[in-house]
Design a protein around this ligand. Structure first.
Ligand code: PBG
Length: 327
């Protein structure tokens, strides 16, 4: 017999056969678009460390929502930038039913009801210390923070949020939120848990975007050690048992093994957060002409699908969806 009889290159000979045997595909509905909102009027500010990504005032949000929907994006994940004068150690503004987050949710659900609205639930943008919980004697205290987070989730649900997305990494917050939501009559409001969120240096540009960098110390007493994966599975298991509807791994590209492990071990939708630093790296290299931005973007997004992610929160959402949909 002539060697070799098996030639894997046969299935790569032409684009038709390559597409026929393609194992994973991206679709606009895979993406969750993070949105940064700030106070004020008629302002759209580019985030210095995130070229091509903007913070919007509420009055300019509509156009962006329209553009996202035109290219087939179905969901947004909202973050707000809070002025220093409204920050404290108790999350007072976070639970203000008339706060910027709550008003933004109301605006989007009134004007674009088909958009699925997710909200960030964490105290850091509201915290005078830039931490995801209440600080006492230099410590981020768990249980009192969970109470605020649960209240925050209810406040977002009241405004009309479809799903709340706790990104804080306090213990027990998913259960507390589920209970608080159910008690308030929001049994259909979902929870996307940032279950395996690592203490990562890739969040730098995001903290610029929201002016939310920790004022002292770091987030290592609540976010996970990048060295661990068994612990990620324990976090996911707890969150599922406490009532999470979707679990998330964050960051994305350096943690594809974690995405795969979560997908293999649990039967639940898995999302991955392609974070600000990952976006910034690609943008910076592309600006220098060192990488082809479009190709590298699509290749990295596809890698999330291959790793097992069902959903991808990414700053590339609009660009990628536009390419895929051809609009
Ligand atoms: C904070 C939060 C962070 C991100 C989302 N929610 C930063 C942090 O934990 O310090 C990072 C997102 C990104 O980098 O794109 N609760």
């Amino acid at each position: 017999m002539k060697y070799p009889t098996t030639r894997l290159r046969r299935n790569r000979q032409a684009s038709a056969i390559r597409e026929m045997v393609q194992e994973n595909r991206l679709h606009p509905s895979d993406f969750i678009a993070p949105i940064f909102i700030m106070e004020g009027e008629n302002k759209k500010e580019e985030i210095a460390s995130m070229p091509g990504y903007f913070r919007y005032t509420l009055d300019l949000l509509g156009d962006e929502m329209k553009e996202l929907m035109e290219v087939g994006i179905q969901s947004v994940l909202l973050f707000v930038k809070v002025p220093d004068s409204k920050k404290d150690n108790e999350g007072t503004e976070a639970v203000n039913d008339k706060g910027l987050m709550q008003e933004s949710v109301r605006f989007i659900k009134e004007n674009y009801p088909e958009l699925y609205v997710m909200t960030d639930v964490a105290m850091d943008p509201y915290s005078s210390y830039g931490h995801d919980g209440i600080v006492e004697d230099g410590e981020i205290v768990n249980d009192p923070s969970v109470e605020v987070l649960a209240e925050m989730a209810v406040s977002h649900a009241k405004a009309g949020a479809d799903m709340v997305a706790p990104s804080d990494m306090m213990d027990g917050r998913i259960g507390a939120m589920r209970e608080a939501l159910d008690e308030a009559g929001f049994e259909n409001t979902g929870i996307m848990a940032y279950s395996a969120k690592y203490a990562s240096a890739f969040y730098g540009p995001f903290r610029d975007a929201l002016d939310s960098a920790p004022g002292f110390g770091d987030k290592k007493t609540y976010q996970m050690n990048p060295a661990n994966i068994d612990e990620a599975l324990r976090e996911v298991e707890l969150d599922i048992n406490e009532g999470a509807d979707i679990v998330m791994v964050k960051p994305g590209m350096p943690y594809l093994d974690v995405v795969r492990a979560v997908k293999e071990n649990f039967n639940i939708p898995v999302s991955v957060y392609n974070v600000s630093g990952e976006y910034a790296m690609i943008k910076a290299a592309a600006e220098k002409g060192w990488l082809n931005e479009e190709e590298v973007m699509m290749e990295s997004l596809l890698a999330f699908k291959r790793a097992g992610a069902d959903l991808i929160a990414t700053y590339f959402a609009k660009d990628a969806a536009r390419l895929i949909s051809g609009k």
